[in-house]
Design a binder for this molecule. Structure first.
Ligand code: FAD
Ligand code: MLT
Ligand code: ZN
Length: 539
């Protein structure tokens, strides 16, 4: 305790002495958001969320088809009493048809899209998933695989009456090797539970994201989620060592190897990472986990310009080197939303830009010295104007919530148009500036935040209600702008229902055609998550 206090004082003094106006306060807010499965913790007022409120009432398929973004229902079979009898036999008590229970599974986290499924299946084993898919394949029944339903592109809920296959009850750790750090678990394990399980064993998960309290590891793999630690531990394409997947016809593909190296033929698991439930249902994951760092520090800093923020990033990479574990940013508009809707006070003086830097290392003195020297340098060269550093767990969490809870704050501001863009890092904020100029007051808020270390901008635009005129002003402008910089229109959230037809802005036609061939080979009847990821002509 004495050591922690001393470390904090030293860091605070160091920055204070360089900046007489610095508030350099310690954050007092605790992290309020704890996302738990199936608990509707966000309730944007219906007036703010017209699209959702309209769809809260039962609607006919015809009504749905009239929306320009929703494709025609494909000729899948409709579920019959015989089908229900089959599911009830193999999943007694876990074949749910109660509309009240199904409501949460039919509506996405953003409350922006909804489906009309009448059946929720909750298997516990791979064998049960296999039986379900074998049956659905033979009956031509469409299936929507679902994890924690935190996806942000409308991929996690049905579009029409697809059966929902939830992994919620597939939540067992299968093995953990404390020498190699390899964890093997069922797909429905909640990310935060896995983190807690590993922390007790001195390890951590290689990924972390704001939805950790609800999202499932299977959903993370299916979306190839990036999150807050990608800068340090890399993408799931590197840390996932093996997968068990049930194919559309019920065959089980056992690629659950727990090997660091394996060059025997094509790496099939890569096909399923990021495939958003369209190629198979992931039932188990084997993943390489890093050791739990002994020392973690988080700095929350203020910056005058984005140019200075980028220079701070450069300096930080050079000076913090191997202990740097995250470099995130938010702009002053995000701060305004955090203050207004979540009552989170700004822990430092107001600035146009804010940076969250996390260091994670193994040597307290070494880490402290590095961070201290970096902060001093950043202050003396006027790259940052103010800052605060947290070393204790609750304060670290409070600082992180300034970044993690922006998504939640936005939902209170109104209907949110979300864009998740990959760009050369020096261009990421220009898109926000250009969008503000382009929309010239048409939107309620235009905010920018994201993973600077990964060149990933989250551009979010709100309006008091769903606004087709605003949407027409945003799209395709945002996609053309991105394509003009050779960026990607989806850095980490995937394409789902909302972005599927814009794939050509980031992928050549031949690549998309090949994706269609792979889909046709693995799921010839197209029953797995139809209307998602691939453009309409390939579904
Ligand atoms: P779901 O939302 O249930 O499903 C997502 C997609 O995966 C769907 O297409 C679904 O069909 C498919 N799927 C789910 N499980 C399986 C399975 N077992 N087999 C096959 N397909 C499956 N994303 C990021 O990348 N980085 C972030 O930092 C981040 N932060 C977020 C913060 C908040 C507050 C929220 C709400 C979301 C955030 N997301 C982020 C988006 C989302 O949490 C991730 O995409 C997450 O990985 C989805 O996991 P899930 O279990 O909720 O999947
Ligand atoms: C994030 O980085 O906060 C997530 O990807 C969620 C979002 O984009 O809002
Ligand atoms: Zn993100």
């Amino acid at each position: 305790m004495a050591v922690t206090t001393l470390r904090r004082l030293r860091l605070r003094t160091a920055v204070r002495s360089l900046c007489p106006h610095s508030t350099f306060s310690s954050p007092t807010t605790d992290r309020l958001l704890s996302i738990r499965p199936h608990r509707p913790f966000l309730s944007p007022s219906l007036g703010q969320c017209a699209f959702y409120s309209r769809r809260l009432h039962p609607r006919s398929d015809r009504d749905k088809v009239s929306s320009p973004t929703i494709p025609e229902r494909l000729p899948f079979s409709k579920i019959t009493q015989e089908d229900l009898a089959f599911f009830r036999k193999i999943l007694p008590g876990r074949t749910i048809t109660d509309p009240d229970v199904l409501e949460a599974n039919n509506v996405d986290w953003l409350k922006s899209v909804r489906g009309f499924s009448e059946v929720l299946l909750r298997p516990q084993t791979t064998e049960e998933v296999s039986q379900i898919l074998r049956y659905c394949h033979s009956r031509n029944l469409a299936v929507n695989p679902q994890g924690g339903n935190t996806g942000l592109v409308g991929g996690s809920v049905p579009v029409y009456d697809e059966l929902i296959l939830s992994t919620a009850l597939m939540n067992n750790v299968l093995s953990f090797d404390s020498v190699s750090g390899i964890l093997t678990c069922q797909a429905g394990c909640i990310l935060e539970n896995l983190s807690l399980y590993l922390e007790e064993r001195d390890y951590i998960m290689p990924l972390d994201l704001g939805a950790k309290g609800s999202c499932h590891i299977g959903g993370n793999v299916a979306t190839n989620a990036g999150g807050l630690r990608l800068l340090r531990y890399g993408s799931l394409r590197g840390t996932v060592l093996g997968l068990e997947v049930v194919l559309a016809d019920g065959r089980v593909l056992e690629c659950l190897a727990s090997l660091r190296k394996d060059n025997t033929g094509y790496d099939l698991k890569q096909l399923f990472i990021g495939s958003e439930g369209t190629l198979g249902v992931i039932t188990a994951v084997s993943i390489l986990c890093p050791r739990k760092p002994k020392v973690v520090n988080v700095a929350f800093l203020g910056c005058e310009t984005f140019e200075q923020l980028l220079q701070t990033f450069q300096l930080c990479r050079g000076m913090l080197g191997e202990i740097l574990s995250a470099f995130e940013f938010l702009d002053s508009e995000c701060m305004r939303l955090l203050n207004t809707y979540l009552k989170l006070p700004n822990p430092i003086t107001d600035s146009p830009f804010y940076i969250v830097i996390e260091t994670a290392g193994s040597n307290l003195t070494h880490d402290e010295e590095k961070l201290h020297t970096f902060l001093e340098e950043a202050m003396t060269s006027s790259l940052i104007t103010d800052g605060t550093v947290a070393t204790e767990d609750t304060k670290i969490k409070a600082l992180w919530s300034m970044r993690e809870r922006v998504t939640e704050a936005l939902t209170h501001d109104g209907f949110t148009y979300k864009y998740d863009i990959s760009l050369p890092v020096e261009q990421i904020y220009q898109l926000v500036t250009d969008m503000r100029e382009h929309l010239r007051g048409k939107a309620k808020s235009v905010v920018g935040y994201g993973h600077v270390g990964d060149g990933n901008l989250h551009l979010n635009i709100t309006s008091s209600a769903k606004d087709p005129t605003l949407l027409a002003a945003i799209e395709p402008f945002v996609y053309e702008w991105t394509a003009g910089c050779q960026g990607s229109i989806s850095a980490e959230h995937g394409l789902g229902l909302k972005k599927r037809n814009y794939i050509y802005y980031s992928k050549p036609r031949q690549a998309v055609e090949l994706m269609g061939n792979i889909k046709a080979m693995l799921d010839p009847k197209g029953i797995l998550n139809p209307y998602k990821t691939l453009p309409d002509n390939l579904n």
